[in-house]
Design a protein around this ligand. Structure first.
Ligand code: UDX
Length: 438
């Protein structure tokens, strides 16, 4: 089957490479000529474990190629995916659909053979209707259908998530497009994953509802963590104790510095905008957004409190080492990373900041010009008055705390991901604080 993937960013590349790996003939398209040129020589625009290898294998086998020429690339494709960005529109928080609609126009102007147009971009309810209108207006004589097929890929685990999904949601209403989409996802090992066919609007909403629910789950456990600290309980025990109830489930109950990334912050905001447009408020998500926003900055205050409790200062003029900057491990993505607000809060307290992140420093540097970027974790902690674990990269889980202890100025460790064992760390002479654990 021939598939055209319009947009060679994170979602387009991962999806395109996986479809090619299933045996489809895939061309990934992008307007950015330098990105396409680099992809043609095997240079990935993002860091995602396993992606470069998967792309290389499928390019070698002739099943995957790259192009800037949308018109030529969609010719004969039975499925044309739209996988371009839908960032928050500056000013009002609505999803910015200008890229999606621009692609719809371009597809419409060049569509000559029957095709299913699939929106993989995260788009508000009703966007599929508008894409359909645009194409019908410009290509009235070509058979086509517009389908919604949201992605549920986690950065850092995207290939595994694509190949072993919990479900595949397809907002496809007619027999023909349902048949084409079943063919797209046919590969045997995927048959175990349920294909959930729904109406297009339901499918569009499923994506937002899923992300808002997960954001709510995280925010819930984060507030429980705060309460645990006050009442002397342990949030990890609480999470385990509630998560073993299948109705609740154990995932997404890790307390931390608040969620960030390219999806949850943007999608929760966009959902609120849809709710507002339809005068049907989702108040629980309104609260989640507010609580999560204030939490990130509160983590800065937590660090200052830890320094004060250890009796070594109040942050002013002190050197604080941050381990990890990205919103989560195994990505170089800095979008809405809690570290940004934490850095700001610490700078406002008069501290100096040194940071190290295995992949995120290039993206982080322009966002936090006052921060000194270190070459490795040990360099970052040298002379530090406090060490803060912000992102739970494996490299930090296995760090030699004895060596770190010899390099720092004060043994103050703030673990915002509950990675270390409190008893062990305290026994090694650290003043240790974590999230939701006494
Ligand atoms: C998310 C969704 O998981 C994915 O299905 C969707 O398509 C895109 O958004 P992603 O943003 O890559 O994926 O990361 P995810 O692993 O879900 O984590 C999001 C944020 O929540 C991170 O900041 C992470 O640190 C935080 N988080 C996650 C927690 O604080 N606690 C948890 O238990 C889980």
């Amino acid at each position: 089957m021939k598939i055209a993937m319009v947009g060679s960013g994170y979602v387009g590349l991962v999806s395109g490479a996986c479809f090619a790996d299933f045996g489809h003939d895939v061309v990934c398209i992008d307007k950015d000529a330098s990105k396409i040129e680099r992809l043609q020589v095997g240079i990935m625009p993002i860091y995602e474990p396993g992606l470069a290898e998967l792309v290389a294998t499928n390019v070698r086998s002739g099943r995957m190629s790259f192009s800037t020429d949308l018109a030529a690339s969609i010719a004969g494709a039975q499925a044309i995916f739209i996988a371009v960005g839908t960032p928050s529109r500056r000013g009002d928080g609505h999803a910015d659909l200008s890229y999606v609609y621009a692609v719809a126009h371009e597809i419409a102007d060049n569509l000559t053979s029957p095709a299913v147009i699939v929106t993989k971009s995260t788009v508000p309810v009703g966007t599929g209707d508008e894409v359909e209108r645009i194409i019908r207006e410009r290509a009235p004589n070509v058979q086509f259908a517009v389908v919604s097929n949201p992605e549920f890929l986690r950065e850092g685990a995207a290939i595994g998530d694509f190949k072993r999904p919990d479900r595949i949601v397809l907002g496809a209403e007619g027999e023909w497009e349902r048949g084409v989409m079943s063919e797209v996802y046919r590969p045997l090992f995927l048959n175990k994953a349920p294909l959930l066919f729904t109406g297009r609007r339901s499918s569009e909403l499923i994506k937002y509802a899923a992300n808002a629910f997960l954001a709510t789950k995280i925010t819930f456990i984060n507030e429980m963590a705060d309460l645990c600290e006050k009442v002397g309980a342990n949030v990890q025990d609480v999470a385990r104790g509630i998560g073993l109830d299948n109705r609740i489930g154990s995932k997404f109950l890790h307390a931390g510095p608040g969620y960030g990334g390219s999806c949850f912050p943007k999608d929760t905001l966009a959902l609120l905008k849809t709710a507002e447009d339809y005068a049907s408020p989702v108040r629980i998500v309104e609260a989640v957004v507010r609580v999560n926003d204030s939490r990130k900055r509160a983590m800065g205050r937590k660090v200052i409190d830890a320094i004060a409790e250890a009796g070594v200062g109040d942050g002013r003029g002190q050197r604080i080492a941050l381990l990890g900057l990205t919103f989560k491990p195994n990505t170089d993505d800095m979008r809405d990373a809690p570290s940004i607000a934490i850095v700001q809060a610490l700078l406002d307290s008069g501290a100096q900041i040194v940071a190290y992140d295995p992949e995120g420093m290039e993206a982080a540097a322009p966002l936090m010009p006052e921060v000194t970027m270190a070459k490795n974790a040990y360099e970052a902690v040298t002379g530090a008055d406090a060490v803060v674990l912000v992102t739970e990269w494996d490299a930090f889980r296995g760090i030699d705390l004895e060596r770190v202890g010899r390099l720092v100025n004060n043994r103050v460790l703030v673990d915002l991901r509950n990675v270390y064992n409190p008893d062990e760390v305290r026994a090694a002479g650290w003043h240790y604080s974590s999230v939701g654990r006494k």
